[in-house]
Design a protein around this ligand. Sequence first.
Ligand code: ADP
Ligand code: MG
Length: 568
Amino acid sequence: MNDRTSLKSLLLNLDGRTYQAYKDIKGSYRFPEFILIIERVQGDPFASPSKLIAKIPKSVAGFPETLYSNRIREIAFRDYLTRQFDRVSRGIGRDRGSGKSGLITIPPMGQEILERTTVLINENDLEIRFLVGLPARGRSILGRQAAELLCEDVPDAIDATLKYHRLSEKNIREHVETAEDADYIRAHLVERNLIAFIANGSILPRRSGIDDRPLVEDAVPFQSPPGLEVAFTCPNRGEIKGMGIAEGITLIVGGGYHGKSTLLRAIERGVYNHIPGDGREFAITNATAVKIRAEDGRSIAGVNISPFIKNLPGGRSTTGFSTANASGSTSQAANIIEALEAGTEVLLIDEDTTATNFMIRDARMQKLIASEKEPITPFIDKVRYLFTEYGVSTILVIGGSGDYFEVADRVIAMEDFQPRDVTEIAKEIALEHPIPRYSEGGDTFGDLTPRIPLPDSIDPGRGRHAVKFRVRDVDEVAFGTEDIDLGAIEQIVDPCQLRAIVAAIVHGKEKGYIDRHTSLPAILSAILQDIENDGLDILTEFPQCDLAMFRRLELAAVLNRLRTLRVK
Ligand code: ADP
Ligand code: MG
């Protein structure tokens, strides 16, 4: 194997030559402390950067095994090292010519601790995958800069990232222990009949709508009302107290601007673990919780929305409802049914993003429009059955309708950003001021019909080509010839998750899991089982640094938004 010195002279010799000549450096090089693999070389300085891998023996890296002694610790440990590399490489990589020349980079990371394919722990070594912009002026190679970049800066970045003695022991430990404690709470919610927990002292508000870091100034820390307080004894931090939200139906009420949506958003994100300092480290939610919203304009493929919608004008079937352009209410109905199909146990709904006619039909409207003329059975008349028949809980932010008091198990009021348990008062009010509204939609939720997707309808490569996809941020992906709009899927938090989801769909397709006999839930399980067995790397032909683990629910959500999707 070549070494660092030979790579250096190779690069110096390339100086001034045309960019294509960089292809010669593909291969493996033995550096004093690690092996550097140049896996893929970019075609020009403006193209996506070159892919590199470094492998450092565990004995050289020197991390104690306790930092990755179980699955969640390992994920958090790898996440920590990835963040470290991100920080260090930003400081080291610098402008060295045209385009991306001189860049050392990995995909940006948010506040969530996710399993990623950037840093891996193998049998004998730690592996890091990253991207480098090979330096050029115009299209001619800058050999000296390239030698500096690959033979000095890259080793510096690796040294500062993957060596135990270079890092803060306290910070790594905190990262790993925080994730482990959060996971512990999530795993123990069910046995306590809880669906969510928000620790006292949590900071829920974010810096801005486009900045997910915690609000620093004037953030009011969360404090549980005494009656809802529960405690968990976590493996590392010991006792953590906070508000427990029990299963069943929970309303979050309160005046405008008092923090209702902020609380619900923290609950949405509580399906993930957060980095220390985020403020939501111990805002923990049932791992299957799904945000449900109206999403008019989306496509729907053969969904049985009849529990909510029947007798559409023109006699259209709603037991296998398809449309290329859903209305607010039909989209919200489909979003719920699809989430149930994918296995959710908790629905999260915010009045800010719902279709009003889907949520409620009040007494006066019931008088004016006969129910035979109204296709929609509002959610208020189904939410109870969803729990009693399917065990699915709902947390609902609703400041505008007291009709829901009747069906709620508990009512939490947000006042000046603090929760108060107002269940008793709300129930009293419901008794004192009965409403003449009658319940619609029968005395059962209705049937759920699992769908069987047709293979030809999930075919982004059009049967022939290798599938190309391009992820634009978290809310849109070009998949083959199709664009999928994911703006309403709020729990995809990282573009790397979306990239992995699309690769997973292609994987499922190639494996033949979509075969006109297999139901959608079984397809999801087969794909996820492969990833669980062999890791995210099985989704791609070559090792990638930019995949992150996703949930079953979001895999289903992306599939369901493929406009070509058809079911049997
Ligand atoms: P609502 O849904 O009740 O109308 P929001 O949750 O949208 O209210 O919150 C309104 C504003 O208050 C937002 O700008 C939010 O960031 C801020 N906010 C929410 N919770 C807190 C808090 N605990 N401390 C400080 N500001 C907060
Ligand atoms: Mg709101």
